[in-house]
Design a binder for this molecule. Sequence first.
Ligand code: THU
Length: 169
Amino acid sequence: MRYTLNEIFVVMTHKDIITPITVVDYQELDPTDRTLVDTAREATLRAYAPYSRFSVGAAVLLDNGEIVSGSNQENAATPSSLCAERTAAYYAHARYPEAKFVTVAIAARDTTGNEIAAPISPCGACRQALLEYEKLAGNGVKVLLAGRSEIYILPSVKSLLPLSFTEIE
Ligand code: THU
C-alpha cells in the first residue's frame, strides 16, 4: 500500500508528572516516623566517608516492626563506595527477606558535621534499588527526607522515580 505524507497523523500530547511532597517539621511527625528519622540521623554518625566527608544515614522500617539502618561506606576505589540508602536496603532485605518495606528515612551531615539544612534526595541508583523493594512490598513505601528543620514526606519511591524502566508501556 502506498502512503502519502498527508495520510500520516501525529497527535502530540503533553503530560506533566507531579511529585507530591508534604513538608513538615520534626514535631509534626507521628512517633513511628520520628523514631525512624532519629535512627537515620544516628546512622550518619557511623558513615565511613573519609573522602567526601559527607555523612549519610538511612533507616528502613519493615512490616515485622524491625528497623534496619545503614550509612554510606566509601572506598579508595571510588566506584566501590555505597550510598547509605542501598547499604540499609540491601542489608534489610538480606537480613529479613520475607519482610516488606514500610518506610525509609534519610538524613545527612555536611563536611562541618552539621545536619544539612535542606533534605537530600537519594541518587538515581538508590531510587531504582528502593523501587525494587517497593514492588516486592506491593504498596507505596513512604519516604522521609530529613533536613535540619524541614522534613519532606513522599508517599512512595515511585514518586521519586517517575518513568522508571518497568513503568514504560
Ligand atoms: N550519598 C549517599 O550515601 N546517599 C545519597 O543520597 C547521596 C550521596 C553518599 C555517597 C558519597 O559517599 C557521599 O554521599 C558524597 O556523595
